[in-house]
Design a protein. Structure first.
Length: 400
């Protein structure tokens, strides 16, 4: 519901107020995740947060103070051609929370004077992190930028220890309190890859543009559940009593010990599981226990299409190539190839040739640059491209 909120809506929201004035790890985690998924709202959130902080008082305003404040606002709005003067009684009778009144005030001021009265919105609630940074979100909501070439010991808020060895995070096996399971989240940007060894010994290799949320430690005898947005290759330690479940927006994959690849980029609507070895069961995320998992055998791929799961045989090497730094295309549509190139090279590609979207190409690339790859495509289909500030535009001569 927060996606439609204005600044005054956030100011009046008690859960938002709790985050700004009296936060805890769960509230902090919710709002950080929400901001990550709704970056266009950062300025609105920052303005609302600054106003909430400025309104923090030990005691509420008296009736006289509220009357004076309201009358002053009405006088200014009248002078500016705004609201007509009316009694504050209609708005403020009853047990209004003080920030609810502030929200009403800010709404009037925004309508009449614009946003300049709020103050400097450049002051962020959360420190701005580089777009190309690998970020580890700890269970208390704090964030740490990881240097892929460095090694260090990271101590979590509960005393748990995470070892970083360059582009690998290693979690020690610990006993987890069943009533207080804690999660970390690793965010890997475009152009980079990272690996995690989970507390049960399972290994996860994360592709570019991927987020993985996972327990700091698994609970013995319980499901080992992780949450994926992006693409990752899993090598799962066998534990019959504790099945391993990868949760994505459309498709869940349930295993006991095996190797498989899951691709589920939220903004691409293309979710699949490819089994390399062992056995897995897949089922729709919105069906839960109401749907029996569909079993895959090695070399098969499960894909969600039109609310149904379809299974086909695939070239496993194609779906594993990215773990070796390769780009492997087999009759892939140009539109899909461009998305993979964006992630691999951390660029933005704007294709202005609509008839090329569904044209298919085959090729394998290892150390070639983005320019080398586009020139090879040009040999098969004539087009031009420009490169400016990390953005590539593909066009025909007559579109210039």
């Amino acid at each position: 519901m927060y996606t439609e909120y204005s600044e005054e809506d956030f100011i009046a929201d008690e859960y938002f107020q709790s985050w700004i004035l009296n936060s805890n790890s769960s509230i902090n985690e919710f709002w950080e995740n929400w901001l990550t998924n709704n970056p266009e709202k950062r300025e609105v959130i920052t303005n609302a947060a600054n106003f909430v902080r400025s309104m923090e008082l030990d005691e509420g305003l008296s009736e006289v103070e509220l009357d004076d404040m309201w009358n002053n606002i009405l006088e200014q709005t009248q002078d500016s051609g705004g609201m007509s003067k009316q009694s504050r009684t209609h708005f403020l009778r009853g047990k209004y929370f003080q920030f609810g009144i502030a929200a009403l005030i800010i709404g009037v001021l925004v309508a009449v004077f614009g946003k300049n009265f709020i103050g400097d919105s450049s002051k962020s609630i959360l420190p701005e992190l580089p777009n190309d940074a690998v970020v580890l979100k700890l269970q208390d909501g704090s964030r740490k930028v990881l240097d892929e070439k460095g090694s260090e010991i990271i101590t979590g808020p509960k005393g748990n220890v995470v070892r970083q060895n360059q582009n690998l995070l290693i979690y020690n096996e610990t006993k987890q309190n069943a009533s207080a399971i804690q999660y970390n989240e690793l965010v890997v940007p475009y152009g980079k890859k990272f690996e995690i060894e989970l507390s049960d010994g399972s290994h996860v290799f994360l592709n570019s543009g991927t987020k993985l949320k996972y327990p700091v430690a698994f609970i013995r005898g319980r499901e080992r559940k992780v949450f994926l947005d992006g693409e990752a290759y899993f090598s799962v330690e066998k534990d019959v009593k504790s099945p391993f479940i990868v949760v994505t927006e459309d498709l869940n994959t349930k295993v006991y010990g095996t190797k498989f690849n899951v691709s589920s980029y939220r903004n691409e609507g293309n979710t699949s599981t490819v089994l390399v070895e062992g056995s897995v069961g897949v089922y729709r995320s919105d069906r839960g226990d109401n749907e029996a998992p569909q079993t895959l055998v090695p070399g098969e791929r499960a894909v969600v299409k039109l609310d149904k799961i379809s299974v086909d045989k695939v070239n496993v090497q194609k779906h594993m190539a990215w773990t070796e730094g390769k780009l492997f295309f087999v009759d892939d549509e140009f539109e899909l190839i461009l998305k993979e190139l964006e992630r691999h090279f951390n660029v933005v590609i704007n294709n202005q040739i609509m008839e090329m979207k569904h044209k298919k190409f085959t090729g394998t690339f290892t150390e070639e640059s983005i320019h080398d790859i586009l020139r090879i495509f040009q040999q098969h289909t004539s087009f031009k491209y420009s490169f400016n500030n990390n953005e590539i535009t593909i066009y025909m001569d007559d579109q210039v």
